[in-house]
Design a protein around this ligand. Structure first.
Ligand code: URA
Length: 431
């Protein structure tokens, strides 16, 4: 098949056949189809979208572009969770050991922070010595030993996504429902799981800011996962405000450890028990969601989730002793505050600026190859709807030698509002 015919088909809003999809993905991964032709096809998909059957074929084509994990020799259900990401979203870190402590296996492949959002791998690597670059054999042995493993995408897992994602990043083609759906699902399906919980965020800190587009993405993810043979539940949750009380890397690990030990902020615990409970229900380890939630809550409260995480930390090269004492996790003790610009009621405005503030301090990256400082970050001192006085500290800023401090303050001021108007406080979970 001539590649130009494939491009023309999508350019004109047509449906790509299974053949066309195979020809394109195989040729692109092999390097026979250049980026300029791939960009043209991605633009066609971005503009015209994809039908369900077409998107299923596209997702399976991406999945089959590389190796897949096969954990069928491990006796027990395998289940994972994925979030589209946002500010302060650290759910995966306490959730994976809690689900493992309840009897399921969680082979969790995560990503790094890019742009305004943080990444699970960066957060984990702020634990002294913790390694996330596991080879497949090591990933498998950690999974067998602890019931979960936390690593990054390997060279051989879904190479089509690695190439296409990089191309989308530089061509302004990230925010497309079929392209996001296939990118996320192909990587998750390659983990060899039986079931999947997806957390699609809505609000100013999310990938797709419009709740309707978020709902469309949630629906597409659930439909395509089922058509690819994986039972999935999709939650739509709030990213109009940060999750928990911290944003950054080391500082989010400290909060995650609090949650794992039965404490921490209530919104974080609520999402961990909800999504973990649903993971247990999906694989038959809980007869309903309520029972699942209680089991997850018990694993946080009785120390079994934390114990699993200690074991994993040791196996992945980290110092388990550092998890006992918050001082061992890097959080800079150079602290400043953002004072309130006025007296009134506090609310969040554009959360992307809050994520960018972490980036300005050195805690995020603009390009994949940038290095980050795990010790910088933010602690939120007030919550939505709270009355504050002028100059009252709203955010505690952990910085390093003042790097990016003034820029971070300016960004934070654009990320929040203090006025006499009472904000509409949206629920944590909308669907
Ligand atoms: N995360 C991914 O892995 N892929 C996307 O397209 C968007 C978010």
């Amino acid at each position: 098949m001539d590649v130009r015919e494939i491009l023309q088909m999508k350019r004109d809003g047509g449906t790509l056949s299974e053949d066309a999809i195979q020809t394109f993905l195989t040729g692109y991964v092999a390097g026979d189809i250049p980026d300029y032709q791939a960009s043209a096809l991605l633009m066609g998909i971005f503009i015209h979208g994809m039908g369900d059957a077409e998107l299923t074929q596209w997702t399976l084509g991406m999945l089959n572009s590389g190796e897949r994990f096969d954990f069928s020799d491990i006796d027990g259900p395998k289940v994972d969770k994925h979030s589209t990401g946002g500010i302060g979203d650290k759910v995966s870190i306490p959730l994976a050991p809690a689900v493992a402590a309840c009897g399921a296996y969680v082979p969790m492949i995560s990503g790094r922070g890019l742009g305004h959002t943080g990444g699970t791998l960066d957060k984990l690597e702020s634990i002294p010595g913790f390694r996330t670059g596991l080879e497949p054999d090591e990933f498998r042995s950690v999974l067998k030993a602890t019931g979960f493993a936390m690593g990054g995408q390997t060279e051989t897992l879904v190479p089509a996504d690695r190439k296409l994602y990089a191309l989308r990043d530089v061509t302004g083609l990230i925010e497309s429902i079929p392209l996001i759906t296939s990118s996320i699902l192909s990587k998750k399906l390659a983990e060899g799981i039986d079931a999947l919980v997806l957390d699609v965020k809505f609000g100013s800190g999310a990938f797709l800011t419009d709740p309707q587009r978020g709902a469309d993405l949630a629906k597409a993810m659930a439909t395509i996962a089922k058509q690819c043979g994986v039972n999935a539940t999709v939650f739509q949750t709030n990213m109009e405000r940060p999750l928990g009380l911290t944003a950054g890397n080391g500082i989010e690990i400290v909060e995650s450890l609090d949650c794992m030990k039965g404490g921490g902020p209530s919104d974080l615990r609520d999402l961990v028990t909800l999504q973990g409970g649903e993971m247990l229900r999906l694989v038959g380890l809980a007869e309903n969601l309520e029972v699942g939630r209680k089991k997850i809550a018990a694993s946080l409260d009785d120390g079994s989730a934390f114990e699993r995480f200690q074991k994993l930390t040791e196996l992945q090269g980290g110092d388990p002793g550092s998890l006992e004492c918050a001082d061992e996790i890097p959080v800079s003790d150079e602290v400043d505050h953002l004072g309130s610009p006025a007296a009134g009621l506090f609310s969040w405005a554009d959360l992307r600026n809050v994520g960018r503030a972490v980036g300005a301090l050195g805690g995020g990256r603009a390009r994949v190859e940038d290095t980050i400082d795990p010790s910088v970050g933010l602690r939120f001192l007030v919550t939505e709807g709270e009355r504050v006085e002028r100059d009252q500290p709203l955010v505690q800023i952990h910085h390093r030698d003042g790097r990016g401090l003034e820029q971070a303050k300016q960004l934070l001021l654009r990320g929040l509002v203090v006025s006499e108007e009472a904000p509409e406080i949206k629920p944590l979970v909308i669907g």
